[in-house]
Write a protein that binds this ligand. Structure first.
Ligand SMILES: [Zn+2]
Length: 568
């Protein structure tokens, strides 16, 4: 006997069987009974709450051979064929896979022709927000003057992405996430009907993990039945859900290693589907990051670790020690912020994206830079060398992670600056090397060439020059960065300045609202400018334009990167 997925087998075939969404059902039933049918309906709601199911039942109501009814017979040819997905006048389109305008047009070209068999020709367009602009235009034209024999049933998880012109021509219904109790009772109903043995205690965790989506609940139930060898047992369900959560932690770490924001968000989406304990996920991710960092220093510890050894080894190899430290730091701070976020999922997404956004992109650039920092650090990772990694150990020390809080900086680059003025900088009055300091430009050059790292480097990079009389150097620190002040950092900066000038001096730093750029701000601006130029160049590229035209694509501006800067 072939096994049919529960979600498919138990797809409701009439409104009475539908779980939840009573408000929508009542409105539709009333419209049918009172013969007040609109020509376009929009069903909005998160995944798995019944949007297309409602639409299909509605299509049966419209086309049942017994007449337009809120309770389709279910036995006539039209009802049967709609249930089996082969009714000729129900045209189902998944907009997510059909974004080309030609195909939409072809589909809509047939609108004027009368239905072949049914009373109405019904267009069911799922994920309609994925339509391209031209597809929306084609749809809009039809919605403006719809023939009487056509009904549009649109479904979307993201109604905000629909043009207002389309929205205003649809009757909109918002489907709600199902309550855990609604899901639980449906799961029990199914288990009883299917004569599958189950623990009552196993039901709630499944319903909770489904987070409002009945479809997800049924797919979890399918898995639980397989996992429990035909039974649904408490301990096994919990262990299954735990394993899935565990897996997702690895997937998050792997998405970080791949530097893929898209993948990260995809995994968060899965987290949200199955185990929406976002702060738990973050702390488990931190614990994994910790294990990886330890493993990079002491590979033998990682090798003796129970479970997922090779997966951990691969991650320890793929993520640099600096990045691990950075991720950890951002994650720990993020735990605090998670409680303040509008909702926990948004909070987790922001923390994860921050990890990537602040990941230095310097590696390629660094290779061409003067070896100012590489001399003082030996490669930390044993994996890079022992395991024949493709990743060269990156010589940047942990403490050189660039400042995390540069205002307005999209992706801070490495704080490594050549010891001489780059040609793009304005001409300085006094070249560094002559050991004088009279302007902010001089300070920029000097700050980039001092032998400092960590907090003292961050401190220097966030100051502007005020005055220097040969004995006392006055700097103004960006008041947003006042938290970077510490005696230790200032001592180190002073020491480096004394070494540089070859004399004892006094350093006076005051936190001020600045009027000129700090080195860090300048770099952030340059970086933004570069990004902008790259975006413009990219969008003007004839090949890119051809692709855009062919696929009705849009450029995601922030994703445009210079290959040289990002390729490892
Ligand atoms: Zn029927």
């Amino acid at each position: 006997m072939s096994y049919q997925a529960l979600a498919r087998k138990w797809r409701p075939r009439c409104f009475a069987d539908l779980v939840g969404q009573k408000h929508v059902v009542r409105a539709l039933e009333n419209a049918i009974i009172k013969d007040r049918l609109h020509h376009a309906y929009l069903f909005a709601g998160t995944r798995g709450v019944g949007k297309t199911t409602v639409a299909r039942i509605f299509a049966k109501c419209l086309n049942c051979e017994q007449g337009i009814t809120a309770t389709p017979c279910g036995v006539c040819t039209a009802c049967k064929e709609i249930d089996e997905g082969r009714f000729i006048d129900l045209l189902e389109v998944d907009a997510a896979s059909r974004t080309k305008v030609d195909q939409t047009r072809e589909l809509l070209d047939n609108v004027p022709y009368a239905p072949t068999r049914g009373r109405y020709k019904v267009y069911l367009i799922d994920e309609v927000h994925m339509f391209s602009n031209s597809s929306f235009n084609a749809l809009l034209k039809t919605l403006e003057e719809p023939p009487d024999h056509v009904k549009f049933l649109l479904a979307t998880t993201d109604p905000q992405k629909l043009p207002i012109t389309v929205l205003s021509r649809c009757l909109q219904f918002n489907l709600k996430r199902l309550l855990a109790e609604e899901i639980s009772s449906q799961l029990e109903h199914i288990l009883k009907s299917e004569a599958i043995p189950y623990d009552l205690n196993a039901i709630n965790p499944l319903a909770k993990a489904a987070d409002g989506s009945l479809r997800d609940a049924l797919s979890l139930l399918d898995q639980a039945i397989v996992f429990g060898n035909g039974r649904v047992l408490d301990t096994e369900v919990r262990s299954m859900l735990g394993t899935m959560a565990h897996d997702l932690i690895f997937e998050l770490a792997e998405a970080l290693a791949a530097d893929s924001p898209a993948r990260l968000l995809e995994v968060v989406n899965t987290v949200s589907d199955h185990t929406p304990d976002f702060s738990g996920i973050l702390s488990e991710l931190l614990s994994l990051i910790h294990q990886l960092a330890v493993g990079q220093m002491l590979p033998e510890l990682l090798a003796s670790d129970p479970g997922q050894v090779s997966r951990k080894q691969k991650l320890a190899q793929d993520i640099s020690p600096q990045d691990l430290q950075l991720y950890y730091q951002i994650g720990v701070l993020g735990q605090r912020d998670l409680k303040l976020a509008p909702d926990a999922r948004v909070g987790l997404e922001m923390v994860l994206l921050r990890m990537l956004a602040f990941r230095p992109l310097e590696y390629a650039v660094e290779a061409q830079s003067p070896p100012r920092v590489s001399s003082n650090v030996a490669p930390r990772s044993n994996f890079g060398t022992n395991l024949g990694s493709k990743v060269t150990p990156k010589p940047l020390p942990v403490s050189q992670v660039p400042p995390l809080v540069i205002p307005g900086a999209p992706v801070p680059e490495a704080p490594v600056m050549p010891p001489v003025a780059t040609p793009s900088l304005p001409k300085t009055t006094v070249a560094v090397g002559l050991k004088t300091l009279t302007s902010n430009e001089d300070w920029h050059n000097l700050a980039g060439s001092l032998d400092i790292d960590g907090r003292s480097l961050v401190l220097a990079r966030n100051c502007v020059f005020k005055s220097w009389d040969g004995k006392v150097l006055c700097l103004h620190l960006d008041s947003n960065m006042a938290v970077m002040r510490s005696k230790n950092a200032e001592d180190k900066l002073l020491q480096a300045l004394q070494n540089y000038f070859g004399t004892k001096l006094k350093l006076e730093i005051s936190s001020e609202k600045l009027e000129s750029d700090t080195p860090a701000q300048r770099e952030a601006k340059n970086k933004q400018q570069k990004q902008l130029e790259q975006q413009i160049a990219f969008s003007r590229d004839p090949f890119v334009q051809a692709i855009q035209e062919a696929f009705q694509g849009e450029i995601v501006a922030s994703s445009v990167r210079n290959r040289v800067a990002t390729e490892k």
